[in-house]
Design a binder for this molecule. Structure first.
Ligand code: ASP
Length: 402
């Protein structure tokens, strides 16, 4: 693996098989049924397949009409998820196939979008969030950056299950300062009372407003704007599922009122100086490191860590009890793995709070969730094999000192 240590000064910035009905999209609220066979039942316990479908990374040219209009040019990149879900019928809130409806048709069906932006679309993929590999996210991030060279802002639609990981990956890698807004929904597009249309509309509105320029990637669901770092899906069904423990949302959208109440430290840096160090154009997908997560619990064994190491993990995040504690057996397995060169990050399984300290071969994960710490450790190990450099990145990104 190619390593590029100390690429830049690190003190950069702180942040359903079912036979079902096909429901036509437009106009919203009009459901015309056509027989269709779809796979996968609902979302409960769904296991994503290991197939690697092609990803479309071709950025559409900005239409001439959009160039001439005064409205912001927004590209919506669709990746699937519940927001693109097609339900068995208009009241099948949980029996649906995520990642089915084309993003172009979804955007076409949105009313009044001509009031807020000139919108183009790109179908990057169409599946549940969990079916995307980290290599896919590498492509997604590069696609977002390429799109931002042409468009004023980008909206990415994804499933909500791993949205916090996708959002943080983009947050840590997209080089453009222009707004990137992620959205999705908890109810499929085709049911009554869906949050899908409103979330997509408001995400386009927020992106077009430019209000989150230099914020990195933000989430917009349930009228609420959240920074990528720290955000987490906290409930498997409720529409207000996303929360940022301890810190809260950064703003809200109430029709024409877009209120931003706080900003990430990176937004306060001089223009052009807040780029993430993880510039993916400097590495290849093959450079992406293998990093896993091991959770501790009463009398947890050391087998998970041993297994990850023998499976080639270069880094492991421990999801510890309380302030990061792990069992004796896990501790012994960790010590042995460190001797073999594996780098660890210690985090808490409590869902909020900070983990401090660290030590030989162990980096404190601060207030990062295990899954977001894994994204950062993966990026760190993809760009450097130097423990101190990676530790500095953990101490720097999003912390108050920056
Ligand atoms: N299983 C879905 C996904 O993550 C859930 C959702 O979209 O909310 O793609």
């Amino acid at each position: 693996m190619r390593k590029t240590s100390n690429l830049r000064p690190w003190a950069v910035w702180s942040t359903a098989a079912l036979t079902a009905l096909t429901i036509s999209l437009s106009p919203i609220g009009t459901y015309a049924a056509h027989a269709a066979t779809v796979e996968v039942k609902g979302t409960t316990g769904a296991v994503q397949t290991a197939s690697t479908p092609a990803r479309n990374t071709s950025i559409p040219a900005v239409p001439d009409s959009s160039k001439q209009s005064a409205l912001p040019n927004v590209l919506v990149i669709g990746t699937g998820g519940t927001i693109a879900g097609q339900s068995e019928d208009a009241t099948s809130f949980q029996n649906y196939k995520a990642g089915t409806l084309p993003i172009g048709e979804m955007v076409d069906a949105l009313p009044d979008k001509q009031k807020i932006a000139d919108v183009s679309t790109l179908q990057f993929g169409n599946s549940g969030s969990g079916s995307y590999s980290m290599a896919d996210l590498y492509d997604l991030s590069q696609t977002v950056d390429k799109a931002l060279a042409l468009y004023d802002s980008v909206v990415v639609t994804t499933g909500t299950d791993t949205m916090e990981e996708i959002a943080y990956f983009l947050d840590m890698t997209v080089q453009s300062d222009k707004p990137v807004v992620i959205t999705g929904s908890m109810r499929p597009w085709t049911v009554i009372g869906s949050d899908a249309q409103a979330n997509l509309y408001n995400a386009i509105k927020l992106a077009g407003s430019g209000r989150t320029t230099s914020f990195g990637t933000v989430l917009m669901l349930n009228d609420t704007i959240q920074l990528a770092r720290g955000v987490s899906k906290t409930n498997d069904y409720r529409t207000d599922t996303f929360e940022t423990p301890m810190l809260g949302a950064v703003g809200y959208i109430d029709e024409e009122n877009i209120r931003i109440y706080r900003a990430p430290a990176r937004a306060l840096k001089p223009e052009g100086t807040a780029k993430p160090v993880f510039d993916l154009s400097k590495i290849t997908k093959a450079d992406l490191a293998k990093v896993e997560i091991a959770i501790s619990y009463q009398e947890a064994g050391g087998g998970a860590i041993e297994g990850f190491v023998s499976n080639g993990a270069q880094g492991i995040v421990t999801s510890g009890t309380g302030a990061g504690g792990i069992s004796r057996a896990m501790g012994q397995a960790r010590t042995k793995a460190i001797e073999e060169g594996v780098i660890f990050v210690t985090t808490t399984r409590t869902g909020s709070g900070s983990v401090y300290g660290g030590g030989n071969g162990i980096i404190a994960g601060d207030n990062l969730s295990p899954q977001q710490a894994r994204v950062l450790l993966m990026l760190g190990l993809s760009f450097s094999d130097d423990f101190d450099t990676i530790k500095k990145w953990f101490e720097t990104y999003g912390t108050p000192e920056v």
